[in-house]
Design a protein. Structure first.
Length: 58
């Protein structure tokens, strides 16, 4: 396994920019749901339950 670069810059309480080797993307949180500009989303549930998926194809 090689090295990976990741950085997160906070813009607002619920908005941030993610930097990685593949480029930059934006993320926004709406309550327990977080969506990003690359088509991904995640949902935080009770008791540490967490779901990640995609809302658009690559």
């Amino acid at each position: 396994m090689g090295f990976q670069f990741r950085k997160r810059q906070k813009i607002d309480d619920d908005t941030w920019v993610n930097y990685s080797g593949g480029g930059a993307s934006y993320s926004k949180r709406f309550g327990p749901v977080t969506v990003n500009s690359r088509g991904g989303f995640s949902v935080r549930g009770p008791g540490g339950l967490h779901y990640r998926g995609r809302w658009k194809k690559k």
